[in-house]
Design a protein around this ligand. Structure first.
Ligand code: FES
Length: 56
């Protein structure tokens, strides 16, 4: 599903980036551009980040 509509980023892209080492919201923002415009997706992105970190 789309998490960030501004940048067209899905939950799967976020999970993949976390697996690749983006272990913070700042790193996800740098690598994907997620939460870099309106910021509405930041809290959901953080949830996905935390969930994914628990799996790895
Ligand atoms: Fe992600 Fe706007 S929805 S920056």
């Amino acid at each position: 599903m789309y998490v960030c509509l501004c940048k067209g980023i899905t939950d799967r892209q976020i999970q993949a980036a976390v697996h690749d080492g983006a272990h913070s919201l700042g790193k996800l923002r740098k690598s994907l551009g997620v939460a870099s415009q309106c910021g509405k997706c930041a809290s959901l992105t953080r949830e996905i980040l935390d969930e994914t970190l628990q799996e790895i």
